[in-house]
Design a protein around this ligand. Structure first.
Ligand code: MG
Ligand code: MG
Length: 289
């Protein structure tokens, strides 16, 4: 996340475009059907670039793994940020988010009704909280971006179900990240899974292309129609990142100008992977194995 919207209402902390509008414009463009390779601003990575993207993805995956193993009640969110910061440096990488549009920390930590872009600080993590951890790292000039939501201690059944559904929604999106499909196929897979379960699918923050920049075209909404939007081509790398709320989809930004919360105060979860489109199918670059 952090994509298109770092600091902007449509977030994904990323691209300078309005993600939703840009997507809508593309999805309405019939020209796309005849010009599969043209979507403005979408980059196709060379094999050499993909080598670096795998490295960055690996750093992100290992950092997330370290944090999820370390998190426990009583820790401050800042403690997680320090862990991440040291680990990313040890692996020879740099954090993608620190300084991004002025973001002051290495990772984002978003607790309970916080959806994305929570700033690590003195807030204490309590038993029963759900915490979204979003990590980005850059190595050799290329970014990786991934997020998980974890339950701390004993969490409610509702919270467990939300986390599980959001993880599955990401899997559904990844399954559709096949060469020859379109972005809308991913969007629809996420929405079509989450909405019947009654979850609010966040619309104001979306996934994004990723590479030399943290947030590239295209935007990857978690809602939309199948067979619409830019065509997926081998060599594209995208961050797919569903954000699901127990309540409605609407969001609100806190006065810190970063933290995004559910408008109705309901719990929210977020999962994200950086995924390479290849002839052999989707390849998750931000996994540890
Ligand atoms: Mg992210
Ligand atoms: Mg992202």
């Amino acid at each position: 996340m952090f994509q298109s919207s770092y600091g902007k209402p449509y977030h994904n902390m990323g691209s300078d475009n309005h993600p939703r509008n840009s997507y809508m414009n593309l999805s309405l463009s019939t020209n796309l059907n005849n010009a599969p390779n043209m979507s403005a601003g979408i980059t196709i990575k060379s094999p050499q670039e993909i080598v670096f993207m795998r490295k960055a993805g690996r750093v992100v995956a290992e950092t997330i793994s370290l944090i999820t193993k370390s998190i426990e009640p009583g820790m401050k969110t800042r403690d997680l940020d320090i862990l991440a910061s040291k680990h990313i440096a040890q692996l020879g990488a740099e954090p993608s988010f620190k300084g991004y549009r002025g973001f002051p920390a290495t990772i984002c930590t978003s607790i309970n009704e916080e959806i994305v872009h929570g700033i690590p600080g003195t807030k204490v993590i309590r038993d029963g909280d759900i915490v979204s951890i979003d990590v980005g790292a850059i190595i050799g000039g290329y970014h990786g971006d991934s997020a998980v939501t974890v339950g701390v201690g004993q969490i409610s059944r509702q919270a467990r179900d939300l986390i599980s559904a959001t993880r599955t929604a990401l899997d559904k999106g990844i399954e559709m990240a096949q060469a020859g499909n379109r972005i809308g196929d991913i969007s629809w897979a996420v929405e079509g899974y989450a909405t019947p379960l009654g979850y609010g699918v966040v619309r104001e923050y979306v996934g994004h292309g990723i590479g030399h920049a943290l947030h590239e075209e295209p935007s990857i909404p978690n809602f939309g129609d199948p067979d619409k939007g830019p065509l997926l081509i081998p060599g594209m790398v995208i961050a797919i990142e569903p954000m699901l709320n127990i309540g409605g989809w609407k969001t609100r930004q806190l006065p810190d100008k970063w933290t995004v919360v559910t408008a109705d105060g309901s719990l929210s979860a977020h999962f994200e992977h950086t995924v390479l489109i290849s002839k052999e199918g989707p390849q998750v670059l931000t996994s540890v194995q």
